[in-house]
Design a protein around this ligand. Structure first.
Ligand SMILES: [Zn+2]
Length: 464
């Protein structure tokens, strides 16, 4: 197949370039101007469209097996494809049993392989109640099976996956260094959050809590203290440390000054705690969004590469788990894998906050390198998997929760109007999601998944 006449985002280029792409089987094999179609070549005319590398969402919770009332691989990967994401990395902590052992890994893989419509990799995990087992072979077993890192928490709300202590943490990093893969840390400080939560609850007396209480209980300092602790404990192994979902610019700046890496999420770029009165539980995540102005500071860090990449932290739930009427018990997580790329495209690239190269790095290139997938993923180059997104730059996208293919439909991005419209998502030379053809005079009818469930391939560290 030849993708002709598109404006293509090539690695290291300052501008989109009008080049053709020859795809054979699952791979790009040629990138050049005016590739001649031979007899029998299928031609995909991309005139008027931009061609971006398929995005990587390196932080999703698809909850299967175990919490499939919230999300599963079929819905999660379908929503990813709808939003231009061709590879996801799933977290170990929100499936049951959590992926801390080889048996749990094998069980999860056998179940989700049947339904994935985009490519996927797994993180393993280290849970506080079984650190010894993880250090004495658990992490190594998971490395042998191809996990691309290990997740752990300094604070956890889950009984099935508990926090690791500051004393455990250096030993986990040492084992990760031996196995040559990163440790991913949820960095909020337990002591700070526990004390602040107690204080704001006491202040209300018997009166109902307000969203500002939740925001105050896990403010900027909760993250900055935890990141500083993690860096202090890493002592020489910062290169094996990755901080997930950073929402505080000062915390990201600490990471940037070290050999560690970090990600932020689109909701930290887009919203602040001042949005809670308007959005309520639809905005509840952990960490929580921060103060006004923090988003622009995060954009600046992202544009310089001080924040390495952006993830969704996709973690939807049933509406009933959000609508508890109590800020403390409302589920802390939102869908996001389908809005990640469209949001960054519009507010990052088109709005001029991100250069073309930072945009493609932040939406895939950097994560591919960090998680051992860069031989085949993360850019449009000969030899790489033919994963790409076709975008109509003249189109617009209005985010509608009801159109999400996820099991969760409550999104803080509801109603947001973005520049650019995805017309199709391609994975390994096959179209997986396609926008419906619009009929003038009729409302757009969304799009549809074209790939069969199970087309998505399991990717291991070093995938080639
Ligand atoms: Zn998460």
């Amino acid at each position: 197949m030849i993708v002709k006449n598109g404006l293509v985002a090539l690695p290291g280029e300052a501008r989109l370039r009008r080049v053709d792409l020859r795809v054979r089987g699952e791979h790009f094999i040629e990138v050049a101007q005016n590739i001649e179609a031979a007899a029998g070549d299928e031609v995909l005319d991309a005139s008027g469209l931009m061609v971006f590398p398929g995005a990587i969402d390196p932080h999703v919770h698809f909850d299967e097996p175990g919490f499939t009332q919230r999300e599963d691989f079929l819905h999660g990967t379908s929503e990813a494809a709808r939003g231009g994401v061709t590879t996801v990395v799933d977290m170990p902590c929100t499936s049951l049993p959590p992926v801390t052992t080889a048996a749990a890994f094998d069980n999860k893989l056998s179940i989700v392989s049947k339904s994935a419509v985009v490519d996927f990799a797994f993180f393993g995990g280290v849970s506080g109640h079984a650190v010894k087992e993880s250090l004495e072979g658990g992490m190594a077993d998971l490395a042998a099976r191809g996990v691309v890192g290990w997740k752990c928490y300094f604070i956890s709300g889950m009984d099935s996956f508990t926090r690791v202590s500051h004393d455990d943490f250096p030993r986990i990093l040492r084992e990760a260094e031996r196995l040559r893969r990163p440790v991913l840390l949820h960095a909020e400080d337990l002591d700070y959050v526990t004390a602040a939560t107690g204080r704001v609850k006491a202040r209300r007396g018997g009166k109902p809590a307000e969203w500002s209480d939740y925001a105050e209980s896990r403010d900027e300092a909760a993250e900055t203290v935890a990141v500083a602790s993690a860096l202090a404990l890493a002592s020489g192994r910062e290169g094996f440390l990755h901080i997930v979902h950073v929402g505080t610019a000062a915390a990201a700046a600490l990471v940037a000054a070290s050999d560690a890496s970090c990600e932020t999420c689109s909701h930290y770029l887009a919203f602040s705690r001042e949005d809670f009165p308007r959005l309520g539980a639809a905005l509840k995540t952990a960490p929580v969004v921060k103060g006004r102005g923090e988003g622009e500071r995060l954009w600046a860090l992202l544009s310089r590469g001080d924040i390495d990449f952006v993830a969704s932290d996709h973690a939807p739930s049933q509406a009933a788990e959000k609508d508890t009427g109590d800020i403390w018990t409302a589920y802390g997580g939102i869908p996001g894998t389908g809005t990640l790329f469209p949001y960054l495209l519009s507010e990052g690239f088109f709005a001029g906050r991100l250069s073309l190269s930072r945009f493609t790095e932040a939406t895939g290139g950097c994560a591919a390198k960090r998680y051992g997938l860069a031989a085949r993923k993360g850019s449009i180059e000969p030899g790489k998997d033919a994963d790409f997104v076709l975008v109509d730059p003249a189109g617009t996208t209005t985010i509608r929760g009801e159109e999400l293919l996820s099991k969760g439909h409550l999104t803080p991005f509801e109603g947001m109007r973005l520049k650019g419209r995805i017309s199709a998502t391609w994975l390994r030379g096959q179209v997986v999601w396609k926008a419906a053809v619009e009929t003038p005079g009729l409302a757009p009818s969304g799009g549809r998944i074209v790939a069969r469930p199970g087309y998505g391939k399991f990717l291991t560290w070093g995938y080639r």
